[in-house]
Write a protein that binds this ligand. Structure first.
Ligand code: SF4
Length: 371
């Protein structure tokens, strides 16, 4: 399976925790859209003309741009790449942008999945995060989305400074009221070069302790399981049959993707390509018919380690036969036995899968199993 990711690098305002690439200066939107279309045309053979199963508009805030601009990008993809009839087309959105007319327009141009960045239903915490949405927007947007989009994701964040356990219960209760097909729950981390990092260094911000985040993770796992959601990746839950094709594509090293736009990443099975994270440099370079990217060629060691790291994040885990047959590598038995004994992982036939407790230590466990 293959995918296309389109990065829309604009937001209404800066969320204080955000480490993604975006600009709040909207004067450049038209020229960036033009360059995104040009990049699609220039790189249309990147995936060797293989079929596309997922198109994902991420950012930034893709819902900030006009529907006609999203349509133009979508049409350029359809005109230049081979797109499956059953393609999943996701658009990341903020409630602020989702008035009824826009929701209908997005549906009418072929978007068939929305990902809505709610983050929390607590007004004080929304303000602390500097989200541009208020509670009124959030509820009216969710009420309007539900009748039009049958497939949509809600993003929430937990372990926000000042958040209590009851706040998390309240957020989860609100989320499931709207019966989204998919829920992403991310633990807040203090990212470099964010306002939260500055406040943290000055002692103004008090991050939640690791224990709070771990307890919240296990609580969310339990709560959502009891409400019919499958925990299929560390931060992702879905109703049966509604795994995100786009996300699943990233977690399987057999799948490739073409990343379009400033800061977008691409992967073709042999190398990774990273576009420049700067709108002006991106536009300037694309207008000169140059792709502003650095390329990293992957060694066998890189690929095995990525398979282990990404696979252990999912409920499918990693397959020991696949690792042996494809790469000639055997996982270190002493660690597999130790982690199994500690109930951090379990073995199902030839697959090794992390338990929820193991998922809390996924990065450390992966490192021990790396080549
Ligand atoms: S809307 Fe999303 S991308 Fe934009 S600043 Fe907020 S978290 Fe970052």
């Amino acid at each position: 399976m293959n995918g296309v990711y389109v990065h829309i690098p604009f937001c209404r305002q800066s969320c204080f925790y955000c480490g993604f690439h975006f600009s709040v200066s909207l004067g450049d939107v038209e020229s960036v859209v033009e360059c995104l279309c040009r990049e699609i045309r220039v790189r249309k053979h990147y995936l060797n003309d293989e079929q596309i199963n997922t198109i994902y508009f991420g950012g930034g805030t893709p819902s900030i741009i006009e529907t006609r601009q999203i349509y133009k990008i979508l049409q350029t993809i359809r005109d230049n790449l081979i797109v499956s009839d059953n393609v999943e087309i996701t658009l990341e959105t903020n409630p602020n942008d989702l008035v009824k007319q826009k929701i209908q327009e997005l549906h009418d141009i072929g978007i068939n999945r929305l990902s809505i960045g709610i983050q929390t239903f607590n007004p004080k915490l929304l303000k602390l995060l500097n989200r541009c949405d208020d509670i009124k927007h959030i509820y009216s947007c969710l009420n309007d989305v539900y009748p039009i989009f049958k497939n949509y994701n809600i993003d929430i964040i937990y372990a926000i400074p000042g958040q209590t356990h009851n706040d998390i219960i309240y957020d989860l209760e609100q989320v499931i009221k709207f019966k989204p097909t998919h829920i992403s729950a991310y633990s807040l981390t203090i990212e470099p070069q964010t306002i939260f990092e500055i406040w943290n260094k000055r002692g103004i911000l008090k991050p939640k302790e690791d224990n709070f985040a771990s307890d919240a993770f296990l609580f969310i796992d339990d709560f959502l399981n009891q409400n019919g959601y499958k925990h299929y990746e560390i931060s992702n839950y879905c109703l049966e049959g509604f795994e995100s094709v786009h996300n699943s594509n990233y977690w399987n090293i057999e799948n490739k993707y073409l990343g379009i736009g400033p800061s977008a990443h691409s992967y073709n099975g042999e190398s990774r390509q990273y576009n420049v994270s700067n709108n002006s440099l991106y536009v300037k370079s694309i207008k000169n018919n140059k792709i502003p990217a650095t390329v990293e060629t992957l060694t066998k060691k890189n690929v095995v380690n990525e398979y282990i790291m990404l696979g252990l994040r999912t409920n499918k885990g990693i397959n020991v036969n696949y690792i042996q047959n494809k790469f000639g590598y055997t996982l270190p038995n002493e660690y597999v036995n130790l982690f199994t004994k500690l109930k951090l992982m379990e073995r199902k036939e030839n697959n090794i899968i992390l338990t929820p407790k193991g998922m809390l230590l996924a990065d450390k466990i992966s490192e021990k199993l790396f080549i």
